[in-house]
Write a protein that binds this ligand. Structure first.
Ligand code: ADP
Ligand code: 5GP
Length: 181
């Protein structure tokens, strides 16, 4: 039986970076979500996300192909259900890098899930990391920072809160939580 793990946190808290490092372990895999957001310059279809249009996303909802879905900053995001079910049949750690709305749906459907909320050390650091990443337009970044404040209100619903200050420390803390040797 696989282990299902949610990693949430405000945009820029370091979810993608941390998941990439965790994924270096052969038994750790990350779910590839479906989204209507346009790809960033360094994102490949089928690797970072499956990029679809609104009609395609709505059809997936209607066909029951998503384990959860949510709207985040005006775009749809969802977790493919089949891939999740297949992953759980194997002895792997399956990471869901999803927002708080999706996390709550997964906690209800899969109560055995381990949930981790990644926190930035402080607001300024979050702002600076988003600027450094430089993948969002100014307007989009403002929306993401506003959304961050709302997301923080959900942190107590998670099993663990981890402050992502030093990256190595963060990854080691999560490895311990997940019993990765
Ligand atoms: P998220 O997926 O949560 O939106 P990212 O993983 O894209 O966040 O990280 C946002 C930016 O912050 C990236 O440029 C990343 O390299 C940087 N970053 C992530 N974690 C750390 C850390 N612990 N220390 C310094 N920079 C970090
Ligand atoms: P980004 O646009 O920065 O890649 O992601 C924006 C937000 O959407 C992040 O909080 C990310 O965790 C979340 N997200 C990514 N995939 C999914 C998904 O499949 N479902 C939900 N609910 N949120 C997702």
């Amino acid at each position: 039986m696989g282990k299902l793990v949610i990693i949430s946190g405000p945009s820029g808290s370091g979810k993608t970076t941390v998941c990439k490092l965790l994924e270096k372990e052969p038994n750790v895999k990350k779910s590839v979500s479906v989204t209507t957001r346009p790809p960033r310059y360094d994102e490949k279809n089928g690797e970072s996300y499956y990029f679809v249009n609104n009609t395609e996303f709505k059809e997936m909802i209607q066909r029951g192909e998503l384990a959860e879905y949510a709207t985040y900053c005006n775009y749809y995001y969802g977790t493919p259900l089949n891939a999740l079910k297949e992953a759980l049949k194997k002895e792997i750690i399956y990471l869901l890098e999803i927002d708080v709305q999706g996390a709550i749906q997964i906690m209800e459907k899969f109560p055995e899930v381990i949930s981790i909320f990644l926190l930035p050390p402080d607001k300024d650091t979050l702002h600076n990391r988003l600027i450094k990443r430089n993948t969002n337009k100014k307007k989009d970044m403002e929306v993401r920072l506003k959304t961050a404040a709302k997301e923080l209100e959900f942190k107590d619903r998670y099993n663990y809160c981890v402050i992502n200050d030093n990256l190595d420390t963060t990854v080691n803390t999560i490895r311990k939580i997940l019993n990765i040797s």
